[in-house]
Structures are given as C-alpha cells and as structure tokens.
Design a binder for this molecule. Sequence first.
Ligand code: SF4
Length: 183
Amino acid sequence: MTPALFCCAQQCTFCWRAQSGDLQLTWDELRLPTWDSPEDIVEECIKTELAILTGYKANPKTDSQKLEEALTPKQAAISLTGEPTLYDQIGELIHTFHRNRFTTFLVSNGTVPSTLAKRSEEPTQLYISACAPNRKTYDRICRPQIPKAWERLSETLALLPSYKCPTVIRITLVNGLNMDDIK
Ligand code: SF4
C-alpha cells in the first residue's frame, strides 16, 4: 500500500506510477491538498484487501487455509508507488498498523531525512532505495524534483545506524541505465 499515491520527490525513468506531466495532466507532486488520516488509511486497506480476495471463495481450486490466512492480513508493505515519507503522519500510520497487529515494511527513496530522523515509531523493517552509484547517474535516472536530493539521500543513509529495526539498502537495477559502476 501507499499513503502517497501521486506524490514523490523523484521522477525515476523506470517508475511505474503516474507522474505529473503524463497524459497532459500536471499536479504538485510534493503536496496533495488533502491527506487521509492514519486510521482511515488502515481501515480502508483492510477493507480493500478483503474485497480483492472475495472471488477466491467461490473458486474450487482455492487453498482454503491460504485464503483464510490472506483474509487476516498481518503485514503492511508501505511502498507500492510514491514516496511515503511525504505523508506527514507516517509515524502515526506505522503505529496504527502495529496497533492492529501488523508488521510493517517501509520503503523510502530517502529524500526526506527530516521525517525519517524524527520518526515517532520505527517500522518493522526499513528499506532505502539507492538506485544510483553517483550523483551524475542519480540526476539522470532518478530525476529529483527538489534541490540537494543527492545530499538528502546521503543524510538518510547516515541515519540508518540509529535505527533499531533491520535496515536495507535496495537497488532497482536497469540494464543500460545504472549497471555500469558496480563497484
Ligand atoms: S522513487 Fe519510487 S515512486 Fe518515486 S519516482 Fe522513483 S520509482 Fe517512482
């Protein structure tokens, strides 16, 4: 799931989300006019998950035990599209998932270190996307929409040891784009 469907501080060339400028539509990708509350987001995520799974009940090939497990979701991957740390209440959202007995993965591109630094609650695991080995490649393929994005990413990476939860640096590798400086 994502709390920031249309918002991101980057416009990666390999991104699958709708970006401002697509289909002749533009919007401010750093700010949406309204944000849902953490409680509403969690409630709607669970409802939507159950709605998506409904059809499996009538399918004779369905593994009933697996369906039963899927109907009780316990893991929230806060990722999907957009940059979740642009959602101001990300700490409260994580807390709300935990209160509902979920574990949480948070995947961020690291462009908002201030939010990651002041977290009110840590996720179960934190993933930071670092998809370029140097600033030049970063600017070319991640296409940051804010000043000093490379420095902000570096600031975020420096924060990782202060987290108690497991942390991961993840990389989207695209042949011909960012696979040329492996070391
Ligand atoms: S950081 Fe993620 S959501 Fe943002 S543009 Fe890149 S791939 Fe898309």
